[in-house]
Design a binder for this molecule. Sequence first.
Ligand code: GAL
Length: 690
Amino acid sequence: MRNYDKKYVSGSKSMLHGGDYNPDQWLDRPDVLADDVKYMQLAHTNAFSIGMFSWSSLESEEGVYHFEWLDDIFENIHQIGGKILLATPSGARPAWLSQEYPEVLRVNAERQKQLHGGRHNHCFTSKVYREKTQQINRMLAERYGKHPALLMWHVSNEYGGECHCDQCQSAFRNWLKEKYNNDLQSLNNAWWTPFWSHTYSDWSQIESPSQIGEKEVHGLNLDWRRFVTDQTISFYKDEIAPLREVTPDVPVTTNFMADTDDLIPFQGLDYSKFAKYVDVVTWDAYPAWHNDWETTADLAMKVGFIDDLYRSLKQQPFLLLESTPSQVNWHKVNKAKRPGMHLLSAMQMVAHGSDSIMYFQWRKSRGSSEKFHGAVVDHDNSTGNRVFQEVAKVGETLEKLNSVVGTNRPADVAILYDWDSNWALNDAQGFGMETKHYPQTLQQHYRTFWEKNIPVDVITKENDFMNYKLLIVPMLYLVSEETIARLKTFVANGGTLIMTYISGIVNENDLTYLGGWHSDLQEVFGINPIETDTLYPKDKNHVSYQNESYELKDYATILDMKGAKTEGMYLEDFYANTSAVTSHSYKNGKAYYIGARLDKAFHESFYSTLIEELDLEEDLPVKSGKSVSVQVRRDNKNDYIFIMNFTEKPQTVNFEKKVKDMITGEQLKGEMQLEKYGVKIGISPRQSTK
Ligand code: GAL
């Protein structure tokens, strides 16, 4: 079991509370800026991201700079003991820059050059844009690098998207030349280009994927997505070069995202690569709380999954950099958080590893597209309204949780999330075109552990597998020989591995493995999956497992048994009475294969058996039902226990051992009612050596 030392990854020993502050929208309203400073204290806030969209306020014309307003803001926040996450402004550029240097404008996949406007839309290759951002970043670093209020660099904002301009095409070709050692034939082989006569005879023929051009060469699509990640990181590395040079001790981050409404990890960039270049992972969470398609607990489970993925990227606490205190303005329906939900959702973030609760936005803008997005301070400029009061309550709570900062969540269980596999699988024309649902499937495997309060690391192939007792790799469609070898070693050394249908199908170039399943996988699992049946939504089939019948949907793999033991059998169709779920001992470990997409009840039963066998149950001092989540952060001395009611009804929880309430200081003992959306945070000396 890994042992974490406390790490103050943000550079602060206090929980951060605050958010995006855009004073540059109010420079002609000194009264508003004065109120801000007063209200920040009333809201118990202490950290602000500033300047992410301030380029035109900082440089109104090329070479004409205005830093005085920012100097004042630094002073104002410093006066109240606040900290600043200073943003670099590349997320949105001034009009003069696009006008003077049109190469910074993006070209879309249909090869149309975009006009100036919006944000998050610059070319990542443009030499001019890289130079311009470096210039302004250096000036910011030189001016504010030594300011005592500077806590961290917030680089740009939510990098994403892609550009298909000529410069990007040529950067892509260079990236490919490097990857394929200047050997076009090896690229042709990797991309299987003789198919439909797609063989390239010159590098210059290669173009990025497009609806009006090439979109069927899967190897090309995959390499393009990898290039987009690498090119974005390359842009970011250029952005941070002057910051590292001038302020080597100031941590650097950029805010990651999730895809909403069906809350899953962000699909556009491979964060497992990006995370190596940030000092602390930060992310922006906008779950659609109180939606009409899932329970609050179901959504909370998905939030927990993403938290556990983003925490595991660096195996250290992360920061929540944006969230809304009330509602957003871009969901299909922008519902207000019900009373109590703000504190609950904030504490869930902390429970899963966040050392901050930050908002978009401090104050609602008066005009433009985000004027109705939730904020700490509304258009009424009041500190008495419900939202402000709930924010202040979160602030007061966080002030009592400073000892949690830097603590982690050691886990024995890991689920493997893989961006490459997801991209390749979504591209695959086959299986069910609309039922692949890779991230959602992983969330379903995560569910039982979340419901049983067993910590999980959601890792990527960049992480070490050997840290875990149980490793779950659902739908690992794309897997390299190297990863197969690592999985084999994991089992050989005593690990328990779970794999499912549609795994181990293609290699890292998206080329299928030939001659049956990879021999190493056959050896470890004692099976050879020979056929995957895809089901229509109304098709029914069942699997018997431990004398119960469970419903399956979408996928059923037919297995050739090569020494594995049958754990579950198909009950219907032409593969009735053949194996659906298997287990196989390999050297010191064990490998299970789940051949079908089985329901919630199956996962609960299957994983409960394993949890018992592998002794994964946490020895928690408090017992509760399923929808009350109990999550623990830990240091060498204490467990910090977060008990959260994700239901609309009071729930009974039972403190079997005494726990001290970190907020009220009272001892929690015996049975108590946790109100609707209620949360308790307790501290208890370490119970176990886990
Ligand atoms: C984020 C973005 C913020 C703000 C927010 C609204 O994606 O970084 O600037 O637009 O969304 O929810």
